[in-house]
Design a protein around this ligand. Structure first.
Ligand code: NAD
Length: 243
């Protein structure tokens, strides 16, 4: 189906990638807006709103999408767990794809991480390391947060198990810990490594993004897919048929 999209956060790094990639794929950008612009005055022009802006913008995007019966794709990260819980209730009222990472490779990494965490068990210490460009505003990344959720689910642990970096006399590592380490610097688009370390061997699953076009292509694929779906919250595993 030919869709018309509205890009929120159009002046940002992802906004630029979305505009370029839409042009390459022949997808009509009906409106491209940023902070200070009025979403309500242009929302009727589009079928799907694609939001890569700021966590502070998500509620208003969802409220207006609900009021105008529009589908949405949310790529923005950095919401608190409590905010995200409330926002997901709103998102469920319309067709919504919400993903911390729209790349096909990363979505396969999610599936591989679930399998490895299940097979290797708690004798293999799980740690996640991510690196992003110096301008990134939130940490850990939405992708790292999803990888951690998957490991916690497979190991039947809660968020209390997470260790955000380590400092000082931390004592020996407990099997119930899951470490997360966020590196920042330069122009790194996004690297994620999941490590499973036992006595005598270590498995590392690594994904490196070198071009924002991968996220834009995935988000646009999601935009084309979500327009035909009933109301509900979906992720890229749904879009890619990986479930
Ligand atoms: P950026 O800072 O380059 O761009 C964000 C843009 O949003 C800016 O132009 C800013 O002015 C605008 N903005 C801020 N508040 C706004 C508001 N209230 N309404 C409309 N626009 C607003 O950031 P970026 O690198 O483009 O990333 C944007 C978001 O997307 C971040 O949360 C980032 O983590 C996320 N991201 C997600 C994925 C993914 O695959 N899900 C990939 C890359 C980035």
């Amino acid at each position: 189906m030919a869709i018309r999209i509205l890009i929120n956060g159009a002046k940002g790094r992802m906004g630029h990638a979305l505009i370029t990639t839409s042009g390459e794929l022949g997808i009509e950008v009906a409106a491209a807006i940023d902070a200070g612009d009025d979403l309500s005055s242009v929302i009727t022009k589009a079928d799907v709103i694609v939001d890569f802006s700021s966590p502070a913008a998500t509620k208003s995007v969802l409220d207006q999408a609900i009021a105008n019966k529009k589908a949405v794709v949310i790529g923005t990260t950095g919401h608190s767990a409590a905010d995200k819980k409330e926002l997901l209730v709103l998102a469920g009222k319309i067709p919504c794809v919400w993903a911390g990472n729209f790349s096909v490779g990363v979505n396969l990494l999610f599936a591989l991480t679930r399998r490895a965490a299940g097979i290797l068990g708690s004798d293999y210490d799980a740690e996640v390391v991510e690196m992003h460009h110096r301008f990134k505003k939130d940490a850990p990344s939405g992708t790292a947060a999803r990888l951690l959720e998957i490991i916690l689910e497979e190991r039947k642990l809660t968020a209390d198990a997470l260790r955000h970096g380590r400092k000082g006399i931390t004592g020996e590592r407990q099997p119930t810990e899951v470490g997360i380490h966020a590196l920042r610097g330069g122009d790194v688009v996004g690297d994620h490594t999941v490590m499973f370390a036992a006595l005598g061997e270590r498995l590392e699953l690594t994904h490196r993004a070198s071009d924002r076009g991968i996220f834009a292509r995935g988000a646009l694929r999601a935009a084309q897919w979500v327009g035909n779906q009933p109301a509900g919250v979906y992720d890229m595993q749904d879009v890619l048929g990986l479930k």
